[in-house]
Design a protein around this ligand. Structure first.
Ligand code: MN
Length: 408
C-alpha cells in the first residue's frame, strides 16, 4: 500500500505530535479521571511497529508524569495562596467609571431600547396581553439592534399591576389583559455584549391620560427633571433620593392626597410609602452594577434610602438610572394609615379615589459629566408628547412594522 509521505523524514515531526498528544492525554486524565485513546495509526500513518514502540513509551511517560504530579502535590507545590478579595475594590471601581468606549456601547443599548419602547407605545391596544408588549420589545431589540438578550425580565404591568415593583417574573408572567383606562408601566431594557439599559415608560393604554393619571404622572416627571437638573460631580446620591421624595410629597399635597407641612412629612419618611424603592442605581455590565458601597460608604437605615443600591458621591463617567415613582400599594397605604405619625397627613376620601390606580415610574439612564449629566434615553416623556405620539401610532394603523420599515 502506498504511503503519502516518507516515514523516515517525518519521524521527528511525528514524535513532536505524539508528545503533544501525551500532554493532552495526561491533562485529560488529571482533570476528568478519564483517558483518551488517540487513533495514531489512522491520523498519523504510524506503522504497527511504531505504534507498539509508542505504546510502551506512553506507559512509561504516563507513570513518570503521574509520579511527578503526586510528589509535587505532597510537597505543596499546588497549594497556592489565592486571595479573592484584594483586587475586588479595584475591579469594581473600573466598572463604576466608564471608559469612552463603554459609553458608546451604553449609548447604543439606550438608543435601540428607546426605539423599542416607542414601537411598543405605538402598538399597544386595549384587549392585548401584557406579554405581547414584552414580545414586541424583544423582537425590536433583536431584529433592529442585534440585541438577543434583555438586561432583565421585562416588567409589563398594566392597571393595578403597575404598582408591583418586580412584576413580570415567572410567578406573574405579564399575562393580564390590558384594559381600557389602565396605565401601562413598562420597564424594559435591551442588552448588547453584556452592557445593559434600563428604561421605564408609563402611559395610558388607550392613549389619553385621565386627570388623576396626568396629575400623578406629572408629579413623577417633575421629580425626575428636578433630580436631573441637580446631578453633577460631587453630589451625594442619597440627597437626590431625598430631593425626589420632597417633590413627590409637595405634588401629592397639591393633588390633595396629602395635607400638612412637607418638612414634617419628611421627618416621618412619608415619601417611602409612595416610593419604597431607591431613586436609581449604577448601570453597566450588570443592570444593577457593582461598586455601590465601597469601603467608607455606608448604607442609610431610613425607609426608602436603605433600598438605594449606592450611596456614593457622583463622579464623571458614572452611569446611573434616574427612576422616581409614585405607587399606590395597598399594604403600604394600610400600614401608613395605621401609624398615627403618618396617618395624620392623609386625606382619606381623596386617597380612596387612587386605590387600584397602580403606579407611575419614569426611568431614564444618564452619564455624569464634568459639569452635569448626559441623558442617554430618548422617549416621549411629557403628557403632551406621549399623547401625540400614541395618537400618531394609532392613526397610522401600523402593526409592528420593524421588518417593513427596515426595507426603507
Ligand atoms: Mn432600574
Amino acid at each position: 500500500m502506498s504511503q503519502p509521505y516518507c516515514y523516515t523524514g517525518c519521524t521527528f515531526l511525528k514524535l513532536c505530535i505524539w508528545f503533544s498528544l501525551m500532554y493532552l492525554k495526561i491533562k485529560c486524565i488529571l482533570l476528568t479521571g478519564f483517558s483518551v485513546e488517540f487513533p495514531y495509526s489512522t491520523c498519523f500513518h504510524f506503522t504497527s511497529s511504531e505504534k507498539t514502540w509508542l505504546k510502551k513509551k506512553e506507559y512509561i511517560v504516563s507513570a513518570v508524569v503521574a509520579g511527578c504530579f503526586l510528589i509535587s502535590i505532597s510537597l505543596g507545590f499546588f497549594r497556592f495562596n489565592v486571595n479573592n478579595k484584594i483586587l475586588h475594590p479595584e475591579i469594581a471601581e473600573c466598572r463604576v467609571i466608564k471608559t469612552d468606549m463603554e459609553l458608546e456601547v451604553l449609548r447604543y443599548t439606550n438608543k435601540i431600547s428607546s426605539e423599542a419602547h416607542k414601537e411598543v407605545m405605538k402598538a399597544v391596544k386595549v384587549g392585548m396581553k401584557e406579554y405581547e408588549m414584552e414580545s414586541l420589545f424583544q423582537h425590536y431589540c433583536y431584529t433592529r439592534g442585534g440585541m438577543r438578550h434583555t438586561s432583565y425580565t421585562c416588567i409589563c404591568g398594566s392597571g393595578e399591576n403597575s404598582s408591583v415593583l418586580h412584576y413580570g417574573h415567572a410567578g406573574a408572567p405579564n399575562d393580564k389583559t390590558i384594559e381600557d383606562g389602565d396605565l401601562c408601566l413598562f420597564d424594559m431594557g435591551g442588552e448588547y455584549y453584556c452592557y445593559s439599559s434600563d428604561i421605564t415608560c408609563t402611559f395610558p393604554a388607550n392613549g389619553k391620560f385621565t386627570a388623576d393619571q396626568r396629575a400623578v404622572y406629572e408629579a413623577v416627571l417633575k421629580a425626575s427633571r428636578a433630580v436631573m437638573a441637580a446631578i453633577k460631580p460631587g453630589v451625594a446620591w442619597p440627597d437626590m433620593h431625598r430631593l425626589a421624595d420632597r417633590v413627590h410629597l409637595e405634588e401629592l399635597t397639591r393633588i390633595g392626597i396629602l395635607k400638612g407641612n412637607v418638612d414634617d412629612m419628611v421627618k416621618v419618611h412619608l415619601g417611602a410609602v409612595f416610593m419604597p424603592h431607591g431613586l436609581g442605581h449604577l448601570l453597566g455590565i450588570d443592570v444593577h452594577d457593582v461598586g455601590g458601597y465601597p469601603e467608607g460608604v455606608e448604607r442609610a437605615e431610613e425607609p426608602g434610602l436603605r433600598s438605594l443600591r449606592t450611596a456614593r458621591r457622583l463622579q464623571p463617567g458614572m452611569v446611573l438610572t434616574v427612576e422616581p415613582g409614585i405607587y399606590f400599594i395597598q399594604p403600604l397605604l394600610e400600614q401608613a394609615l395605621h401609624d398615627p405619625a403618618q396617618a395624620c397627613f392623609f386625606n382619606s376620601h381623596v386617597l380612596q379615589r387612587f386605590r387600584g390606580f397602580g403606579g407611575v415610574r419614569i426611568e431614564d439612564d444618564i452619564v455624569v459629566t464634568a459639569t452635569g449629566m448626559e441623558l442617554l434615553t430618548c422617549v416621549p416623556r411629557t403628557v403632551e408628547e406621549i399623547e401625540a405620539f400614541m395618537a400618531e401610532g394609532q392613526s397610522s394603523a401600523k402593526s409592528f412594522g420593524c421588518l417593513s420599515s427596515q426595507k426603507q
